[in-house]
Write a protein that binds this ligand. Structure first.
Ligand code: CO
Length: 438
């Protein structure tokens, strides 16, 4: 059985992070517990002194960093990035619908969800609300119903004889969760008001004026398999990487300069104020090194490891993979390659990561998409394009990506944790770090 306290910490983190907002809040608490203090973009500061810091963007993007005091133009930064969001179902602004005696909530699909997996699951709801108090002041806060409050039942096979051979899903009509059986008129904002008052007793809610609420599966993530070889759970893509990076940074030496950036909105293209195509990281890098020439020196001496789950080889669907590139579960981190820059890896950064894996006691595997299938992408190429930092795209091999319940290898998580720990500990004189600077 694969055992490690880190495994319990990861599964606990994922189960308490039903949305990117909750994940960010959890990680901030972890950073604070380990001596990281907050800097705000709205305050007047540049080049902070030696220490551990974090910056939050719109409650959903997070950058955490350790500053050693060595001039950044000389030392460069060890950077790592991941995304906090996962495909799911988001409540529409006016969500209630009454059909016969059933109260339902209408939703939009967020990102490229594997929709068939959302049927027949015990769903709960979490996210952020905005409200006005008695004085007319505007507030916002997170809520999480925690208990299962909704379900999207499948249509019985007797009413759809071709369900196993020709099933299609209409996003508008088929995916409407059932909330309650009731003939009475329902004021959904009343339900939200009760929930926010329960979780924030001093909220003083007069009127709810907006919500970003997302459904999620209440089944807890778990370590499964005869020998505990797999993790299954929601949002492994990419909360596993988010946790790995923050945990590695917390344990990184304070004598080196390291930075982790976590962006939302990757699953919807990353174009937003806090997505990887937005200015969040660039603004922070300018604050760290305001002089533009020195900043260029810093960026030229930096390297970014972009960590996002990769496609592992699924034994039931081997024809879907390039046969010379088959990432296997529990055989180590995957380097992602794409000739057309859908991944940012090149031979220098990919070679660096492979050598890093070897030194950490594992082997790196390689992934390329088949030429006759479209290749996905991630935050790596976007961050590289926005900042000019050389980048490698990597991730743990996973199965059922974008399902409501994804599967990864438990050893791969520990391998990746070791590799990232080593990355943040590389001395400036180390031959590996020196090599990537040539
Ligand atoms: Co991902």
């Amino acid at each position: 059985m694969v055992h490690s306290p880190k495994i319990d910490q990861l599964l606990d983190f994922i189960s308490h992070s039903p949305t990117p907002l909750h994940a960010t809040r959890q990680l901030i608490a972890l950073l604070q517990k380990n001596g990281f203090s907050q800097l705000r973009i709205e305050d007047d500061w540049t080049t902070p002194g030696p220490g551990n810091y974090y910056v939050v963007g719109n409650h959903s993007a997070l950058a955490a960093f350790t500053i050693s005091g060595t001039p950044l133009a000389v030392s460069g930064l060890r950077l790592a990035g991941a995304h906090t969001d996962s495909p799911c179902l988001k409540l529409k602004p006016n969500p209630t619908r009454q059909k016969n005696n059933i109260l339902q909530l209408v939703v939009e699909v967020y990102g490229g969800a594997l929709l068939s997996t959302w049927f027949d699951r015990d769903l709960s709801l979490a996210g952020r609300l905005s409200w006005l108090d008695e004085k007319g002041e505007l507030h916002s806060g997170l809520i999480n119903f925690q208990r299962p409050i909704a379900i999207i039942p499948s249509l019985a096979i007797h009413l759809d004889r071709e369900a196993n051979s020709k099933k299609t899903i209409n996003k508008q009509t088929d995916l409407v969760p059932l909330l309650a059986a009731s003939e009475d008129e329902c004021d959904f904002t009343d339900i939200l008001r009760q929930q926010i008052t329960q979780e924030h007793p001093k909220a003083g809610v007069k009127e709810i004026v907006g919500h970003d609420l997302f459904f999620y599966d209440t089944q807890q993530p778990a370590q499964i398999g005869l020998h505990g070889d797999f993790f299954t759970g929601a949002r492994m893509d990419n909360l596993l990487s988010c946790f790995t990076l923050i945990d590695a940074l917390i344990h990184a030496p304070e004598s080196l300069d390291s930075l982790v950036v976590l962006n939302p909105h990757e699953e919807v293209g990353s174009v937003s104020a806090v997505g990887a195509q937005g200015p969040f990281l660039s603004i922070l890098l300018k604050r760290l090194q305001p002089d533009s020439v020195k900043r260029q020196q810093m960026l030229a001496r930096s390297l970014l490891i972009s960590v996002d789950n990769a496609h592992g080889a699924h034994p039931n669907f081997m024809e879907k993979y390039d046969q010379e590139h088959l990432p296997l579960l529990n055989k180590g981190p995957v380097i992602k390659w794409n000739a057309n820059q859908r991944y940012a890896t090149d031979t220098v950064t990919g070679g660096f990561f492979r050598a890093l894996c070897r030194r950490a006691g594992t082997d790196a595997q390689d992934f390329v998409m088949r030429n006759d299938m479209a290749c996905g992408s991630t935050i790596g190429p976007l961050t590289a394009a926005a900042t000019g930092i050389k980048t490698v795209d990597v991730g743990v091999p996973s199965l059922a990506m974008h399902s409501i319940r994804e599967t990864v290898g438990s050893k791969d998580f520990l391998y990746m944790a070791d590799v990232m720990q080593l990355f943040f500990s590389l001395d400036p004189q180390d031959v590996l770090w020196q090599g990537q600077q040539q």
